[in-house]
Design a protein around this ligand. Structure first.
Ligand code: MF3
Ligand code: CO
Length: 251
């Protein structure tokens, strides 16, 4: 079932998203060579709880951590570990907050020290994929329009789009209908309507789009060892421009 949220519900989600965005903003100066994924996880968990929120990923389908911390060829659902980030790594930090029953979900990709030109290009294109997808998330357009603009742009830059993981509806729960693929054909799929709240979260690879899952049953990584980047916002569709509920300063 696809629900459309009231203005009041969207206001609550705005607060949740604002908290999540503020922690990502604070993380910018925290991530550097030598910092571990576990430290990033604690950084998030502490700040979420201090603000009265619940780190909603803990306990979700048996997941144990507040965040997913996915490094280099890890696409998503990386576990935070004691691995210390090295100069040149790219790190995706993804988390979901439940603030007074309103969920928000956002992943951001961080460069550790000096990264390669290829990694810079990938991060730049992936972030633009997210914003291009958001730009067409308007009433009258369809879900396929979001995937089409993302796929077209990513592939025109020589990259590929992960197909196994998709965006989703979100609101009083973490994962709701509809699914939002980051690939597809324009003018296909469900029509977007005001009040729908969804995530757009493209995962873009330098090599093949396919992923494999680690023995831990969670972590997805590229089959060819290529790099993967991801950026994710929670947005609300309105009569006019979409509202980016997890918008960060300067982004
Ligand atoms: N934040 C993820 C998403 O974008 C959800 C992670 S599932 C979890 O949908 F189990 F790791 F929490
Ligand atoms: Co997420």
């Amino acid at each position: 079932m696809i629900t459309r949220k009231s203005e009041r519900e969207i206001e609550e989600m705005k607060k949740s998203g604002k908290l999540l965005a503020s922690i990502h903003e604070a993380l910018r100066d925290f991530i550097k060579p030598g910092v571990t994924g576990m430290e990033v996880d604690q950084f998030f968990e502490k700040r979420i709880k201090e603000a009265g929120g619940i780190p909603a990923q803990i306990g979700y389908e048996g997941y144990k951590y507040a965040t997913c911390v996915s490094v280099n060829d890890e696409i998503c659902h990386g576990f935070p570990t004691d691995y210390a980030f090295k100069d040149g790594d790219i790190v995706k930090v993804d988390t979901v907050i439940d603030l007074d029953g309103a969920f928000s979900d956002s992943c951001w990709c961080y460069a550790v020290g000096n990264i390669s030109d290829e990694a810079k290009h990938l991060m730049d294109v992936t972030r633009k994929c997210l914003y291009r997808g958001i730009a067409v998330a308007k009433p009258g357009n369809r879900i396929g329009d979001i995937g089409a603009v993302i796929q077209e742009y990513a592939e025109s830059e020589g990259f590929s789009v992960v197909k196994e993981f998709v965006g989703h509806g979100i609101g009083p729960t973490m994962h709701e209908e509809p699914a939002i693929p980051h690939y597809g054909k324009a003018n296909t799929g469900l029509r977007l309507r005001p009040g729908m709240t969804i995530t757009i979260e493209p995962m873009i690879n330098t090599g093949h789009w396919k992923s494999k899952i680690d023995d831990n049953g969670w972590t997805a990584r590229t089959i060819d060892g290529g790099l993967s980047a991801q950026y994710e916002h929670t947005i609300a569709i309105t009569e006019d421009e979409p509202i980016i509920l997890t918008k960060q300063k300067g982004q």
